[in-house]
Design a protein around this ligand. Structure first.
Ligand code: SF4
Length: 308
């Protein structure tokens, strides 16, 4: 849950998840749609699908997580960082745990001049040299906490730092300039036209996205493809006939690699909606597996007006 997401945002989700599904078996037995609905709003939905798939795999092999890093890596959604963290923290093995905090601390201690991400293999090599034979889990947590609380990205509090005397960046007086970064690419803008169909009871028509890819398995309001193009698509791209009207304003939503801008066309239809989706009542929207961008589109279509 914490990948790309702050602790403050995760806490309520974590508490709800662990009280609703306290074991891998319980999570494995839950319908994927319930898991996606409980995840709605947290973003990066592949994490929810992987978490569920991982629980299914663990439950199928008796409910115990494997204790070896190499076996953990075979589970869905578990990459090198997570496998090493579980092996070190949960199973007390010597595993090299490198997250974004550790990247920063090591880049500063050694004053590495190569920018991210090119410097990552060097950081990993140095991290492996520093990792102790015993209490690797405690060491990993200490490094991550050091990065999270003292050696912070913008203004490290070097005067409080327990490793200050080893730190080459501290010696330069410009610790905050490490790790060096490559110039940021600008985020491209994609545009789309969404088609929000409402019936006489103000229910809205949604369908499920393909299981794979961005927002995979989540519900969506149908739209054109999201393309880098200077102008919005027109009503001729409507997926089915209805009395469509394009609303004023646009919805904006920032994904990691692009910004999406969406105009919303509102249509009214009492019957004859396509059969690859279903109607959602207003009171069901909050609990449905709708990603944040879709909730913005619905709010805009239901009359919030203007630019979200
Ligand atoms: S001395 Fe400063 S830059 Fe170096 S590790 Fe400590 S907090 Fe980070």
């Amino acid at each position: 849950m914490l990948q790309q997401t702050t602790v403050a945002a995760v806490i309520p989700y974590f508490l709800r998840f662990t009280s609703r599904w306290p074991t891998a078996q319980a999570l494995a037995a839950a319908p994927l749609d319930d898991v996606l609905a409980a995840w709605a709003g947290l973003g990066y939905y592949a994490r929810a699908r992987n978490l569920h798939a991982c629980a299914v795999a663990v439950a199928a092999s008796g409910g115990q997580f494997p204790g070896q890093e190499a076996d953990l890596l075979k589970l869905p959604g578990i990459g090198p960082y997570t496998a090493a963290a579980i092996a070190a923290i949960a199973f007390g093995q010597r595993a090299v745990v490198v997250d974004g905090n550790v990247d920063r601390v090591i880049a500063r201690i050694f004053a590495l001049e190569t920018p991210l991400p090119t410097v990552k293999p060097e950081i990993r090599r140095l991290a492996a040299l520093l990792t102790p034979e015993t209490r690797a889990g405690d060491y990993a947590q200490a490094m991550m906490d050091l990065g999270a609380t003292v050696c912070t990205p913008q203004s490290p509090t070097c005067q409080d730092c327990p490793v200050q005397r080893f730190c080459q960046a501290f010696g330069t007086g410009a610790a905050g300039q490490y790790p060096r970064k490559s110039p940021k690419a600008t985020r491209p803008i994609r545009r789309a036209l969404a088609f929000l169909l409402q019936d006489a009871d103000k229910r809205i028509w949604v369908r499920r996205r393909e299981a794979r890819g961005l927002l995979g398995g989540m519900l969506e309001v149908p739209s054109t493809d999201w393309l880098e193009q200077p102008a919005y698509p027109t009503l001729s791209a409507a997926p089915f006939p209805a009395a469509w009207t394009i609303l004023d304003g646009e919805v904006r939503h920032v994904f990691t690699h692009f910004e999406l801008r969406v105009q919303v066309a509102l249509g009214c239809q009492g019957q004859g909606a396509p059969n690859d989706g279903f109607w959602l009542a207003d009171k069901e929207i909050a609990q449905a597996a709708l990603p944040t961008v879709m909730k913005k589109i619905i709010r805009h279509g239901q009359g919030s007006g203007g630019t979200d």
